[in-house]
Ligand binder design. Structure first.
Ligand code: UD1
Length: 421
Protein backbone atom coordinates (compact mmCIF):
# COMPACT_ATOMS: atom_id res chain seq x y z
CA UNK A 1 0.00 0.00 0.00
CA UNK A 2 1.29 3.50 -0.81
CA UNK A 3 2.21 6.03 1.81
CA UNK A 4 3.29 9.66 1.73
CA UNK A 5 6.49 10.99 3.24
CA UNK A 6 6.79 14.68 4.03
CA UNK A 7 9.83 16.56 5.27
CA UNK A 8 8.31 19.57 6.98
CA UNK A 9 9.29 23.16 7.60
CA UNK A 10 9.36 24.61 4.10
CA UNK A 11 6.89 27.36 3.22
CA UNK A 12 4.69 26.77 0.19
CA UNK A 13 5.19 29.29 -2.58
CA UNK A 14 3.87 29.29 -6.11
CA UNK A 15 0.70 28.40 -7.92
CA UNK A 16 -1.73 25.50 -7.58
CA UNK A 17 -4.29 24.72 -10.25
CA UNK A 18 -7.61 23.90 -8.60
CA UNK A 19 -9.48 20.85 -9.92
CA UNK A 20 -13.22 20.44 -10.40
CA UNK A 21 -15.19 19.76 -7.23
CA UNK A 22 -15.35 16.09 -6.31
CA UNK A 23 -18.65 16.49 -4.47
CA UNK A 24 -20.21 18.20 -7.46
CA UNK A 25 -18.75 15.87 -10.07
CA UNK A 26 -20.27 12.83 -8.37
CA UNK A 27 -23.83 14.23 -8.50
CA UNK A 28 -23.36 15.46 -12.08
CA UNK A 29 -22.27 11.96 -13.03
CA UNK A 30 -25.44 10.57 -11.43
CA UNK A 31 -27.48 13.11 -13.45
CA UNK A 32 -26.21 11.48 -16.65
CA UNK A 33 -28.58 8.58 -15.96
CA UNK A 34 -31.57 10.89 -16.53
CA UNK A 35 -31.08 11.11 -20.28
CA UNK A 36 -30.52 8.96 -23.35
CA UNK A 37 -28.18 11.70 -24.59
CA UNK A 38 -24.51 12.13 -23.73
CA UNK A 39 -23.44 14.31 -20.81
CA UNK A 40 -19.93 15.65 -21.32
CA UNK A 41 -18.34 17.00 -18.15
CA UNK A 42 -15.27 19.26 -18.35
CA UNK A 43 -12.85 20.07 -15.53
CA UNK A 44 -13.52 16.59 -14.18
CA UNK A 45 -11.28 15.65 -11.28
CA UNK A 46 -9.56 12.28 -11.79
CA UNK A 47 -10.04 10.61 -8.42
CA UNK A 48 -10.68 7.20 -6.96
CA UNK A 49 -14.25 8.29 -6.10
CA UNK A 50 -15.11 9.42 -9.63
CA UNK A 51 -13.60 6.18 -10.95
CA UNK A 52 -15.76 4.10 -8.58
CA UNK A 53 -18.88 5.90 -9.71
CA UNK A 54 -17.85 5.52 -13.36
CA UNK A 55 -17.68 1.76 -12.79
CA UNK A 56 -21.18 1.77 -11.32
CA UNK A 57 -22.56 3.82 -14.24
CA UNK A 58 -20.93 1.41 -16.70
CA UNK A 59 -22.50 -1.49 -14.81
CA UNK A 60 -25.89 0.20 -15.23
CA UNK A 61 -25.36 0.35 -18.99
CA UNK A 62 -23.73 3.73 -19.60
CA UNK A 63 -20.79 4.28 -21.91
CA UNK A 64 -18.19 6.09 -19.79
CA UNK A 65 -15.24 7.53 -21.61
CA UNK A 66 -12.41 9.76 -20.46
CA UNK A 67 -11.44 12.36 -23.02
CA UNK A 68 -8.58 14.82 -23.33
CA UNK A 69 -8.52 17.97 -21.25
CA UNK A 70 -10.06 16.50 -18.08
CA UNK A 71 -13.31 15.63 -19.85
CA UNK A 72 -15.59 12.73 -19.12
CA UNK A 73 -18.35 11.66 -21.46
CA UNK A 74 -21.19 9.57 -20.05
CA UNK A 75 -23.78 8.19 -22.39
CA UNK A 76 -26.60 6.21 -20.81
CA UNK A 77 -28.51 5.49 -24.05
CA UNK A 78 -30.27 2.64 -22.23
CA UNK A 79 -30.24 1.31 -18.69
CA UNK A 80 -29.57 -2.43 -18.79
CA UNK A 81 -30.87 -3.11 -15.28
CA UNK A 82 -31.63 -0.48 -12.59
CA UNK A 83 -29.70 -2.46 -9.99
CA UNK A 84 -26.72 -1.04 -8.07
CA UNK A 85 -25.01 -3.87 -6.20
CA UNK A 86 -23.37 -3.63 -2.78
CA UNK A 87 -19.84 -4.14 -4.13
CA UNK A 88 -20.08 -1.07 -6.33
CA UNK A 89 -21.94 1.19 -3.89
CA UNK A 90 -20.19 0.43 -0.59
CA UNK A 91 -16.91 2.16 -1.52
CA UNK A 92 -18.48 5.55 -1.67
CA UNK A 93 -21.61 7.06 -0.22
CA UNK A 94 -22.42 9.33 -3.16
CA UNK A 95 -23.12 6.27 -5.36
CA UNK A 96 -26.43 6.07 -3.54
CA UNK A 97 -27.51 9.11 -5.57
CA UNK A 98 -28.12 6.87 -8.60
CA UNK A 99 -31.34 5.74 -6.91
CA UNK A 100 -33.34 8.89 -7.75
CA UNK A 101 -32.36 9.09 -11.44
CA UNK A 102 -32.94 5.35 -11.97
CA UNK A 103 -36.34 5.57 -10.34
CA UNK A 104 -37.30 8.68 -12.31
CA UNK A 105 -36.25 7.18 -15.63
CA UNK A 106 -37.06 3.47 -15.25
CA UNK A 107 -39.86 3.59 -12.68
CA UNK A 108 -38.02 1.15 -10.45
CA UNK A 109 -34.60 0.66 -8.88
CA UNK A 110 -32.74 -1.53 -6.44
CA UNK A 111 -29.74 0.16 -4.84
CA UNK A 112 -27.52 -0.99 -2.00
CA UNK A 113 -27.41 1.14 1.12
CA UNK A 114 -24.18 3.16 1.00
CA UNK A 115 -20.75 2.98 2.64
CA UNK A 116 -18.27 5.87 2.56
CA UNK A 117 -16.27 7.66 5.23
CA UNK A 118 -16.73 6.46 8.79
CA UNK A 119 -17.72 9.87 10.14
CA UNK A 120 -20.85 9.11 12.08
CA UNK A 121 -24.06 7.25 11.37
CA UNK A 122 -24.90 9.11 8.13
CA UNK A 123 -28.36 7.67 7.52
CA UNK A 124 -30.29 8.11 4.26
CA UNK A 125 -33.75 8.61 5.77
CA UNK A 126 -34.07 12.13 4.34
CA UNK A 127 -33.27 10.85 0.84
CA UNK A 128 -35.93 8.17 1.09
CA UNK A 129 -38.56 10.48 2.59
CA UNK A 130 -38.04 12.92 -0.29
CA UNK A 131 -38.51 10.17 -2.87
CA UNK A 132 -41.65 9.01 -1.05
CA UNK A 133 -43.02 12.55 -1.23
CA UNK A 134 -42.73 12.19 -5.02
CA UNK A 135 -44.87 9.06 -4.91
CA UNK A 136 -42.19 6.36 -4.64
CA UNK A 137 -42.90 3.17 -2.74
CA UNK A 138 -39.85 2.13 -0.78
CA UNK A 139 -38.90 -1.09 0.92
CA UNK A 140 -35.68 -2.08 2.64
CA UNK A 141 -34.56 -5.63 2.15
CA UNK A 142 -31.25 -7.23 3.10
CA UNK A 143 -29.24 -4.01 2.87
CA UNK A 144 -30.96 -2.87 -0.33
CA UNK A 145 -33.45 -0.12 -1.06
CA UNK A 146 -36.12 -1.35 -3.43
CA UNK A 147 -38.04 1.58 -4.90
CA UNK A 148 -40.99 1.70 -7.27
CA UNK A 149 -42.69 4.67 -8.91
CA UNK A 150 -46.49 4.71 -9.46
CA UNK A 151 -47.59 3.41 -12.89
CA UNK A 152 -47.71 6.92 -14.37
CA UNK A 153 -44.26 7.79 -12.97
CA UNK A 154 -43.15 10.04 -10.10
CA UNK A 155 -45.31 13.06 -9.34
CA UNK A 156 -44.29 16.48 -8.05
CA UNK A 157 -44.64 17.05 -4.32
CA UNK A 158 -43.67 19.26 -1.40
CA UNK A 159 -40.71 18.28 0.77
CA UNK A 160 -39.75 20.19 3.90
CA UNK A 161 -36.42 18.80 5.04
CA UNK A 162 -36.30 18.56 8.86
CA UNK A 163 -32.56 19.22 8.73
CA UNK A 164 -30.26 20.58 6.06
CA UNK A 165 -28.73 17.79 3.98
CA UNK A 166 -26.61 18.27 0.89
CA UNK A 167 -27.08 14.73 -0.39
CA UNK A 168 -30.85 14.64 0.22
CA UNK A 169 -31.38 18.04 -1.45
CA UNK A 170 -29.48 16.84 -4.50
CA UNK A 171 -31.21 13.50 -4.53
CA UNK A 172 -34.64 15.11 -4.45
CA UNK A 173 -33.63 17.38 -7.36
CA UNK A 174 -32.32 14.43 -9.36
CA UNK A 175 -35.68 12.66 -9.08
CA UNK A 176 -38.04 15.65 -9.31
CA UNK A 177 -36.76 16.95 -12.66
CA UNK A 178 -38.60 14.11 -14.44
CA UNK A 179 -41.64 13.97 -12.10
CA UNK A 180 -45.02 15.19 -13.31
CA UNK A 181 -45.91 18.71 -12.17
CA UNK A 182 -44.29 20.99 -9.62
CA UNK A 183 -42.01 20.02 -6.74
CA UNK A 184 -41.20 22.45 -3.95
CA UNK A 185 -38.21 21.64 -1.74
CA UNK A 186 -37.93 23.60 1.53
CA UNK A 187 -35.04 23.98 3.96
CA UNK A 188 -32.61 22.95 1.23
CA UNK A 189 -28.83 22.89 1.51
CA UNK A 190 -27.29 25.95 -0.21
CA UNK A 191 -23.82 24.63 -1.05
CA UNK A 192 -22.34 25.82 -4.38
CA UNK A 193 -22.48 22.19 -5.57
CA UNK A 194 -26.29 22.39 -5.44
CA UNK A 195 -26.31 25.36 -7.81
CA UNK A 196 -23.82 23.51 -10.03
CA UNK A 197 -26.12 20.51 -10.24
CA UNK A 198 -29.14 22.73 -10.99
CA UNK A 199 -27.18 24.52 -13.72
CA UNK A 200 -26.27 21.23 -15.35
CA UNK A 201 -29.82 19.84 -15.07
CA UNK A 202 -31.18 23.03 -16.64
CA UNK A 203 -28.62 22.72 -19.45
CA UNK A 204 -30.10 19.24 -19.99
CA UNK A 205 -33.59 20.75 -20.32
CA UNK A 206 -34.82 20.67 -16.71
CA UNK A 207 -36.63 23.55 -15.02
CA UNK A 208 -35.04 24.10 -11.63
CA UNK A 209 -35.26 27.47 -9.89
CA UNK A 210 -33.86 28.73 -6.61
CA UNK A 211 -30.88 26.36 -6.21
CA UNK A 212 -28.51 28.02 -3.75
CA UNK A 213 -31.49 29.31 -1.72
CA UNK A 214 -33.47 27.50 0.95
CA UNK A 215 -36.45 26.92 -1.36
CA UNK A 216 -36.05 25.17 -4.71
CA UNK A 217 -38.91 24.91 -7.22
CA UNK A 218 -38.84 22.35 -9.97
CA UNK A 219 -41.28 22.00 -12.86
CA UNK A 220 -41.04 18.42 -14.07
CA UNK A 221 -40.38 17.81 -17.77
CA UNK A 222 -41.03 14.67 -19.88
CA UNK A 223 -37.47 14.16 -20.93
CA UNK A 224 -33.98 15.56 -20.65
CA UNK A 225 -31.32 15.71 -23.34
CA UNK A 226 -27.51 15.53 -23.39
CA UNK A 227 -25.39 18.58 -22.55
CA UNK A 228 -21.86 19.86 -22.00
CA UNK A 229 -21.13 21.14 -18.51
CA UNK A 230 -18.04 22.38 -16.66
CA UNK A 231 -17.71 21.24 -13.04
CA UNK A 232 -17.44 24.06 -10.49
CA UNK A 233 -13.97 24.47 -8.86
CA UNK A 234 -13.38 22.44 -5.71
CA UNK A 235 -13.81 24.79 -2.74
CA UNK A 236 -12.57 22.12 -0.32
CA UNK A 237 -9.38 21.54 -2.31
CA UNK A 238 -9.01 25.34 -2.53
CA UNK A 239 -9.49 25.70 1.22
CA UNK A 240 -7.12 22.86 1.98
CA UNK A 241 -4.25 24.41 0.02
CA UNK A 242 -5.09 27.85 1.42
CA UNK A 243 -4.70 26.46 4.94
CA UNK A 244 -1.50 24.67 3.91
CA UNK A 245 -0.13 27.98 2.58
CA UNK A 246 -0.82 29.65 5.94
CA UNK A 247 0.69 26.79 7.96
CA UNK A 248 4.35 27.75 7.52
CA UNK A 249 5.50 31.39 7.76
CA UNK A 250 6.57 32.73 4.38
CA UNK A 251 3.88 30.79 2.52
CA UNK A 252 2.47 32.54 -0.56
CA UNK A 253 0.28 30.53 -2.89
CA UNK A 254 -2.05 31.47 -5.73
CA UNK A 255 -4.96 29.07 -6.07
CA UNK A 256 -5.59 29.32 -9.78
CA UNK A 257 -9.13 28.85 -11.00
CA UNK A 258 -10.60 28.96 -7.48
CA UNK A 259 -13.97 30.64 -6.99
CA UNK A 260 -13.25 33.17 -4.20
CA UNK A 261 -16.93 33.61 -3.34
CA UNK A 262 -17.31 29.94 -2.35
CA UNK A 263 -15.05 30.15 0.71
CA UNK A 264 -16.12 33.28 2.58
CA UNK A 265 -16.21 31.66 6.02
CA UNK A 266 -12.71 30.25 5.59
CA UNK A 267 -11.25 33.52 4.32
CA UNK A 268 -12.62 35.31 7.39
CA UNK A 269 -11.12 32.71 9.73
CA UNK A 270 -7.74 32.77 7.94
CA UNK A 271 -7.58 36.56 8.06
CA UNK A 272 -8.37 36.55 11.77
CA UNK A 273 -5.60 34.00 12.20
CA UNK A 274 -3.11 36.38 10.58
CA UNK A 275 -3.02 35.27 6.93
CA UNK A 276 -3.58 37.58 3.98
CA UNK A 277 -6.24 36.62 1.43
CA UNK A 278 -6.56 38.51 -1.85
CA UNK A 279 -8.40 37.83 -5.08
CA UNK A 280 -5.78 37.28 -7.77
CA UNK A 281 -6.44 37.58 -11.53
CA UNK A 282 -7.72 34.05 -12.00
CA UNK A 283 -8.18 32.88 -8.42
CA UNK A 284 -7.18 33.61 -4.85
CA UNK A 285 -3.77 34.37 -3.29
CA UNK A 286 -3.12 33.33 0.31
CA UNK A 287 0.04 34.31 2.18
CA UNK A 288 1.34 34.64 5.70
CA UNK A 289 4.37 36.44 7.06
CA UNK A 290 3.44 37.36 10.66
CA UNK A 291 2.48 35.20 13.64
CA UNK A 292 -0.50 32.83 13.58
CA UNK A 293 -3.24 33.49 16.13
CA UNK A 294 -5.88 31.13 17.51
CA UNK A 295 -9.39 31.47 16.04
CA UNK A 296 -12.57 29.68 17.13
CA UNK A 297 -14.76 28.03 14.52
CA UNK A 298 -18.11 26.22 14.43
CA UNK A 299 -18.83 24.07 11.40
CA UNK A 300 -22.23 24.76 9.82
CA UNK A 301 -24.11 24.22 6.57
CA UNK A 302 -23.08 26.60 3.76
CA UNK A 303 -22.40 29.53 3.93
CA UNK A 304 -20.98 28.56 7.36
CA UNK A 305 -17.55 27.05 7.95
CA UNK A 306 -17.46 23.70 6.07
CA UNK A 307 -17.13 20.51 8.06
CA UNK A 308 -14.89 19.28 5.22
CA UNK A 309 -12.26 21.86 6.25
CA UNK A 310 -12.51 21.34 10.00
CA UNK A 311 -9.65 18.83 10.29
CA UNK A 312 -7.35 20.95 8.14
CA UNK A 313 -8.10 24.07 10.20
CA UNK A 314 -7.43 22.15 13.39
CA UNK A 315 -3.94 21.26 12.09
CA UNK A 316 -3.36 24.97 11.49
CA UNK A 317 -4.59 25.91 14.97
CA UNK A 318 -2.13 23.43 16.49
CA UNK A 319 0.70 25.78 15.47
CA UNK A 320 -1.16 29.04 16.23
CA UNK A 321 -0.64 31.16 19.34
CA UNK A 322 -3.38 30.66 21.95
CA UNK A 323 -6.37 28.38 22.51
CA UNK A 324 -8.84 27.70 19.72
CA UNK A 325 -12.24 26.09 20.19
CA UNK A 326 -13.42 24.03 17.24
CA UNK A 327 -17.03 22.88 17.34
CA UNK A 328 -18.26 20.21 14.91
CA UNK A 329 -22.01 20.55 14.41
CA UNK A 330 -22.60 18.44 11.26
CA UNK A 331 -21.17 14.97 11.96
CA UNK A 332 -21.00 13.31 15.35
CA UNK A 333 -17.75 11.42 14.86
CA UNK A 334 -15.47 13.73 13.00
CA UNK A 335 -12.51 14.10 15.35
CA UNK A 336 -10.69 10.93 14.32
CA UNK A 337 -7.72 13.01 13.23
CA UNK A 338 -7.19 14.24 16.82
CA UNK A 339 -5.15 11.24 18.08
CA UNK A 340 -3.06 11.33 14.90
CA UNK A 341 -2.42 15.09 15.16
CA UNK A 342 -1.50 14.50 18.82
CA UNK A 343 1.13 11.96 17.71
CA UNK A 344 2.78 14.84 15.88
CA UNK A 345 2.77 16.93 19.06
CA UNK A 346 -0.50 18.88 18.79
CA UNK A 347 -2.19 19.67 22.11
CA UNK A 348 -5.88 18.95 21.66
CA UNK A 349 -8.61 17.99 24.12
CA UNK A 350 -11.99 16.78 22.94
CA UNK A 351 -15.20 17.23 24.96
CA UNK A 352 -18.20 15.93 23.02
CA UNK A 353 -18.44 17.88 19.78
CA UNK A 354 -15.89 20.46 20.89
CA UNK A 355 -12.11 20.35 20.54
CA UNK A 356 -9.82 22.75 22.36
CA UNK A 357 -6.52 23.22 20.56
CA UNK A 358 -3.73 24.83 22.56
CA UNK A 359 -0.88 26.29 20.61
CA UNK A 360 1.65 26.92 19.51
CA UNK A 361 2.91 23.36 19.61
CA UNK A 362 6.21 22.42 18.04
CA UNK A 363 5.14 19.61 15.75
CA UNK A 364 7.61 16.78 15.19
CA UNK A 365 7.36 14.30 12.30
CA UNK A 366 6.07 10.79 13.08
CA UNK A 367 4.27 7.94 11.32
CA UNK A 368 0.51 8.57 11.29
CA UNK A 369 -2.53 6.92 9.79
CA UNK A 370 -5.16 8.47 7.55
CA UNK A 371 -8.64 7.74 8.92
CA UNK A 372 -10.97 9.46 6.47
CA UNK A 373 -10.77 11.65 3.44
CA UNK A 374 -10.48 15.12 4.98
CA UNK A 375 -8.72 13.92 8.15
CA UNK A 376 -5.89 12.49 6.06
CA UNK A 377 -5.14 15.77 4.40
CA UNK A 378 -5.01 17.47 7.81
CA UNK A 379 -2.11 15.13 8.59
CA UNK A 380 -0.39 16.27 5.41
CA UNK A 381 -0.79 19.91 6.50
CA UNK A 382 0.55 19.11 9.97
CA UNK A 383 3.45 17.24 8.33
CA UNK A 384 4.28 20.31 6.24
CA UNK A 385 4.48 22.37 9.44
CA UNK A 386 6.38 19.75 11.47
CA UNK A 387 10.10 19.31 12.00
CA UNK A 388 11.48 16.15 10.40
CA UNK A 389 9.72 13.38 8.49
CA UNK A 390 6.03 12.56 8.71
CA UNK A 391 4.80 9.38 7.06
CA UNK A 392 1.09 9.23 6.29
CA UNK A 393 -0.13 5.65 5.93
CA UNK A 394 -3.39 4.38 4.40
CA UNK A 395 -3.47 7.12 1.81
CA UNK A 396 -6.19 5.51 -0.26
CA UNK A 397 -8.40 7.97 1.61
CA UNK A 398 -6.42 10.86 0.11
CA UNK A 399 -6.66 9.40 -3.37
CA UNK A 400 -10.43 9.36 -3.06
CA UNK A 401 -10.60 13.13 -2.92
CA UNK A 402 -7.38 14.94 -3.87
CA UNK A 403 -6.09 14.95 -7.41
CA UNK A 404 -2.28 14.75 -7.77
CA UNK A 405 -1.74 16.04 -4.24
CA UNK A 406 2.02 15.36 -4.04
CA UNK A 407 2.58 16.86 -7.47
CA UNK A 408 0.65 20.04 -6.65
CA UNK A 409 2.41 20.51 -3.30
CA UNK A 410 5.92 19.71 -4.49
CA UNK A 411 5.54 22.21 -7.33
CA UNK A 412 5.22 24.81 -4.53
CA UNK A 413 8.40 23.74 -2.78
CA UNK A 414 7.08 21.08 -0.39
CA UNK A 415 9.26 18.01 0.17
CA UNK A 416 6.64 15.34 -0.30
CA UNK A 417 6.89 11.98 -2.03
CA UNK A 418 4.74 8.92 -2.49
CA UNK A 419 6.37 5.65 -1.47
CA UNK A 420 5.24 2.10 -2.13
CA UNK A 421 5.66 -0.32 0.75
C1 UD1 B 1 -21.99 15.94 1.71
C2 UD1 B 1 -20.58 15.88 1.22
C3 UD1 B 1 -19.61 15.78 2.39
C4 UD1 B 1 -19.88 16.91 3.39
C5 UD1 B 1 -21.35 16.97 3.78
C6 UD1 B 1 -21.69 18.17 4.64
C7 UD1 B 1 -20.75 14.77 -0.92
C8 UD1 B 1 -20.38 13.59 -1.73
N1 UD1 B 1 -20.39 14.74 0.37
O1 UD1 B 1 -22.25 14.72 2.39
O2 UD1 B 1 -18.28 15.87 1.89
O3 UD1 B 1 -19.11 16.67 4.55
O4 UD1 B 1 -22.17 17.05 2.59
O5 UD1 B 1 -21.32 19.33 4.03
O6 UD1 B 1 -21.30 15.73 -1.42
N2 UD1 B 1 -28.43 13.15 7.53
C9 UD1 B 1 -29.49 12.46 8.07
N3 UD1 B 1 -30.31 11.76 7.21
C10 UD1 B 1 -30.11 11.76 5.86
C11 UD1 B 1 -29.03 12.49 5.34
C12 UD1 B 1 -28.21 13.18 6.21
O7 UD1 B 1 -29.70 12.43 9.28
O8 UD1 B 1 -30.88 11.11 5.14
C13 UD1 B 1 -27.54 13.90 8.45
C14 UD1 B 1 -26.10 13.40 8.40
O9 UD1 B 1 -25.89 12.29 9.23
C15 UD1 B 1 -25.34 14.64 8.84
C16 UD1 B 1 -26.17 15.79 8.28
O10 UD1 B 1 -27.46 15.23 7.98
O11 UD1 B 1 -25.32 14.72 10.25
C17 UD1 B 1 -25.64 16.45 7.04
O12 UD1 B 1 -25.29 15.46 6.10
P1 UD1 B 1 -25.41 15.71 4.54
O13 UD1 B 1 -25.46 17.17 4.27
O14 UD1 B 1 -26.50 14.87 4.00
O15 UD1 B 1 -24.02 15.16 4.03
P2 UD1 B 1 -23.74 14.28 2.73
O16 UD1 B 1 -24.64 14.74 1.63
O17 UD1 B 1 -23.70 12.87 3.08
Amino acid sequence: MDRIRIRGGRPLTGRIEISGAKNSALKLMAASLLTEGALVLSRMPRLADTRFLGQLLAHLGAGVEEQDGAKLSIHAAAITDPFAPYDLVRKMRASFNVLGPLLAREGRAKVSLPGGCAIGARPVNLHLEALEALGAQIELEEGYVIAKAPSGGLTGGRVTFPMVSVGATEHAMLAAVLAKGETVLENCAREPEIADLAGCLNAMGAQVEGAGDAVIRIQGVDRLHGADWTVTPDRIETGTYAIAAAAVAGGDVTLAGAEAGHNGALWRALEKAGAKVETAGDGVRVSRSGALKAVDIDTAPYPGFPTDLQAQFMALMAVAEGASIIRETIFENRFMHVPELSRLGAKIQVHGNEAVVRGPATLKGAPVMATDLRASVSLVIAGLAAEGDTIVNRIYHLDRGFERLEEKLSACGAEIIRESE
